[in-house]
Design a protein around this ligand. Structure first.
Ligand code: N2P
Length: 391
């Protein structure tokens, strides 16, 4: 499958670079923005916008101090809000006048959002650090989501998987050994009936849970067929009584002891593991690699159609794309970056963590993102809400 091949290719480039076997020298880190070298007759455009930028991103995704550094350098005040699900962001965009200049949808949602005219085309002349991005990843994004890379700039990618408090899970399972396929821990009654005692958490989002459930029952995770959602919901109904939490804040849930197993995002689970270590917890937290594969996601920055501060938005995107900033994101938030120039700045313990930068043979098993029609998303929400209520 071409799509899969390209994603694998993109990742092998990342893995190779992370191992220090770079195929080409990294793109140079650009010097501070030379203000447009326009000919004398045409004065350089002046940014007359008010010095404000409104950003809407996922929680636990930006290193501490990064917006402050941007503010200090540019004098642009950043209002930074967070959302926990693609559905929440989508509802804001559909309603219009969100007030946000930059939003960070997953590519699964970004595609219909582009088609729905919710974003403006990027002025690429204002984002010189676009050259830092991995061309293979950008080609995949252009092919599947954003033709000609007109609207989207990658923030990070990662995968949806199972995170566990290893210590508590071992205790709750007793004599039952860990399953070969980690998805069994959250979907198979034999396991969930035991793990409910220490807490099972699901992400609170139809488009996170139904695709994973579809994958588990051997169907296309990105099926647009409502009959498949019914099959997924039937499987989920069998474990409903064992699910304690519906939550998108797995760092607190797992590290704070509310759950011992969660369907969650690779980087957040790694952040939970770090937090447990910092707190000197005796419990070990681990992001698992299910034998049948995990679901890749790709989160992307876009400038809203009605953004009041598009110049500031371009400046922020360019700032984030500096190799050192993208590397800080990977190092501190534990998500891989699509910024090729950043790879050499990623710490060896992050580059070598197989649950952050997965190895190529596991990558080949992972499910690349696709997207859903609006009708499919509605049907999925109905199936998911039915499951949630059906305790
Ligand atoms: C937030 C990570 C968001 C990943 N820390 C899912 N899009």
């Amino acid at each position: 499958m071409m799509k899969k091949y390209l994603w694998s290719f993109a990742l092998s480039a990342v893995v190779l670079a992370a191992c220090g076997k770079k195929e080409e020298p990294p793109a140079p880190v650009a010097a501070p923005a030379p203000v447009a070298s326009a000919p004398a007759s045409a004065p350089a455009p002046v940014n007359t916008e008010e010095k404000v930028l409104n950003v809407y991103n996922w929680p636990d995704y930006i290193p501490e101090g990064m917006t402050a550094a941007f503010e200090k350098e540019t004098g642009i005040k950043v209002n930074y809000d967070t959302f926990e699900t693609n559905e929440a962001l989508h509802a804001k965009l559909v309603a219009g006048n969100s007030g946000y200049d930059i939003v960070v949808p997953g590519s699964v949602f970004a595609k219909p959002q582009i088609e729905g005219g919710m974003f403006q085309a990027l002025d690429k002349g204002k984002i010189k650090n676009l050259a830092n991005l991995d061309p293979a990843i950008m080609a995949t994004l252009a092919k599947n989501t954003d033709p000609d890379n007109k609207h989207l700039v990658p923030w990070a990618w990662g995968f949806t998987t199972v995170g566990i408090n290893k210590t508590k899970v071992a205790k709750a399972l007793g004599k039952l050994p860990m399953p070969e396929n980690a998805w069994d821990l959250v979907f198979k009654p034999e396991y969930t009936s035991k793990l409910k005692s220490c807490g099972i958490a699901y992400l609170d989002s139809p488009t996170e849970i139904i695709p994973v459930a579809l994958h588990y029952i051997g169907k296309n995770a990105y099926s647009n067929d409502a009959a498949d959602y019914k099959a997924a919901a039937d499987m989920l109904a069998k474990v409903r009584k064992d699910v304690r939490l519906f939550s998108s804040t797995m760092i607190d849930d797992i590290a704070g002891g509310k759950a011992c197993v969660a369907i969650g995002w690779s980087g957040d689970i790694n952040q939970a593991a770090n937090r447990a270590k910092e707190n000197k917890s005796k419990d070990e937290i681990e992001s698992l690699l299910p034998s049948t594969g995990a679901l890749i996601f790709f989160d992307t920055m876009a400038i809203t159609k009605d953004a009041k501060h598009p110049n500031n938005a371009h400046a922020f995107i360019d700032f984030y794309l500096r190799a050192e900033n993208a590397a800080r994101m990977a190092n501190e938030m534990n998500y891989p970056t699509a910024n090729k120039a950043a790879i050499e700045k990623i710490k060896p313990e992050i580059a070598g963590n197989k649950t952050i930068f997965v190895e190529s043979d596991y990558f080949a098993k992972m499910i690349p993102p696709s997207s859903f029609s609006n009708e499919a998303r509605e049907a999925m929400a109905t199936a998911y809400n039915g499951f949630k209520k059906g305790k």
